[in-house]
Write a protein that binds this ligand. Structure first.
Ligand SMILES: [Zn+2]
Length: 487
């Protein structure tokens, strides 16, 4: 068992800038104590691209002593943050739970997750409920976690004012606020646009961001009704009712709400090019407006619903869009329109909930927390869409900044938590459901060939994966992180 005594991680590459690497040794206990270069200057990725190129960097290591780990010229990156997961504890644990979800996170190079408020019971819509969740999770997570607060239709219908509820949630340590323009969850109703602007004004005063699921309810519901009358209940009907226009209308409204409230508004799981253009314009105008996307929107298109073997696994809301949308999402990652990449990890038992003939009855959710890091290195960095630096920003630095975690998390720097991930960029591995650690084992990425692999994950100095690469069952090592908003 690893301790949190002083260790030296020798001979690892770190990203210096863009696609340049520096060979270093990192001294750490629970925090990073020093990062010392082992060679003069840096090398370009092209020089170490091949296995032979990597092995060329033989440097004299200090005598191996206990606590001295040979990094084998792997790439060390800061522990990454997945700001959008549904691990369902306490609540819908027949689908997934924090033990499984956090083990999957550790295996996938994620050291901090931010768990959504809507898939817990009780939903995290009050300071008391946040404390219940935090207490419940005390011995149940392998990775560090922050918690989203939620604003639902019920926030406006209770005994206390929405302002009081939101302020107390922020004081209790909510990392941000999540709300829906359209929600399928009885326990977490959506907001009208009028309620959304009120919510935004209250959230603004807390310095947190308001994250919104953005698909226009009127459009989706009216088409749903129309298709129901026509007896259409298949993937085509689903993608038609939740189309680009549904997202575009909602995102437009949210820009207006951002403008009028001055609140930081963040669009979760952005799926379309049209919406990208609106976000880009809003940011150009200086509005505090941001957005994220997820691996499935970056890889699949609606044509993939024709593949019956992954059709149900690919269902999520909003659904994936066209090839053009997919391309525009990549462009938006490159030019900074999109701030970071999350997974919207939401699993279930596929035999029970991904099995219906009626597409409307298929559970919508993809458990992806384990695949995001190797996916972005494979599909982004290795395919020359993203620089190494940008890849790390999207996985770690930007979410750390957005959620007030950057005093401890997201950066490879002296004094930060020793959250480190060792990435093998010279490796081939197929994604299979069988190898997954979340409770529900299924993925639309089945058979996808990753070209990067997470070899080891350290959280506050402690190794989370055994020598066989399997997560160690140290549930409870993961701690609740209370954000320190800088705004
Ligand atoms: Zn979600």
């Amino acid at each position: 068992m690893s301790s949190t005594g002083k260790k030296i991680l020798g001979k690892v590459f770190i990203c210096q800038q863009d696609n340049r690497l520096q060979l270093v040794e990192i001294e750490f206990d629970n925090i990073i104590r020093s990062i010392r270069p082992l060679m003069n200057g840096s090398v370009s990725w092209n020089d170490v691209k091949t296995e032979a190129g990597r092995k060329n960097f033989t440097v004299q290591l200090p005598a191996i002593s206990p606590g001295h780990i040979n990094g084998n010229c792997l790439l060390a990156i800061p522990g990454t943050i997945d700001a959008h997961v549904h691990f369902n504890t306490p609540g819908f644990e027949h689908r997934d739970d924090f033990e499984h979800g956090s083990a999957a996170a550790a295996a996938g190079g994620v050291t901090t997750v931010i768990d959504m408020p809507c898939t817990s019971v009780p939903p995290v819509t009050s300071a008391d409920n946040l404390k219940i969740k935090q207490k419940t999770l005390e011995n149940r997570s392998l990775v560090d976690f922050a918690l989203w607060g939620g604003i639902s239709g019920n926030t406006f219908n209770g005994e206390f004012s929405a302002e009081k509820i939101i302020t107390e949630l922020a004081d209790a340590g909510a990392a941000g606020f999540k709300a829906y323009i359209i929600s399928g969850m009885e326990s977490f109703p959506d907001l009208t646009y009028d309620q959304m602007i009120q919510a935004a004004r209250f959230v603004r005063n807390t310095g947190r961001l308001l994250a919104v699921h953005a698909e226009d309810k009127i459009r989706v519901k009216s088409r749903e009704e129309e298709f129901r009358k026509q007896g259409r209940d298949n993937w085509q009907a689903y993608t038609e009712m939740r189309d680009v226009e549904a997202e575009r209308v909602a995102v437009r409204q949210l820009v207006e709400i951002c403008h009028r409230s001055g609140c930081r508004i963040h669009i979760v799981h952005l799926s379309s090019g049209k919406a990208v253009e609106i976000v880009r314009q809003a940011r150009k105008e200086g509005l505090p407006f941001s957005a994220e996307t997820c691996p499935h929107y970056l890889y699949f298109t609606e044509k993939d619903f024709e593949r019956s073997e992954i059709r149900a696994f690919l269902k999520t809301a909003p659904p994936v869009k066209s090839e053009k949308d997919r391309k525009m999402l990549w462009d938006a990652l490159v030019d900074g329109t999109l701030d970071f990449v999350t997974t919207d990890h939401a699993g279930c038992n596929p035999e029970v909930e991904k099995n219906s003939e009626k597409f409307s009855e298929v559970y919508g959710g993809i458990p992806g927390v384990e695949h995001r890091v190797p996916f972005l290195f494979s599909e982004g960095f290795h395919k020359n869409r993203l620089t190494l630096q940008r890849t790390i920003e999207l996985l770690a630095e930007n979410p750390a900044r957005s959620f007030g975690l950057s005093s401890r998390k997201g950066f490879l720097k002296k004094g930060m938590d020793a959250d480190l991930v060792l990435i093998n960029l010279w490796s081939q591995e197929k994604i299979t459901a069988e190898k997954m650690h979340s409770k529900g084992k299924y993925t639309p990425f089945e058979g996808y060939s990753l070209t990067a692999r997470v070899e080891q994950t350290f959280l506050r100095g402690r190794q989370l994966l055994g020598n066989d690469g399997e997560p160690l069952p140290e549930y409870g090592y993961g701690e609740w992180i209370k954000p320190v908003p800088t705004v």
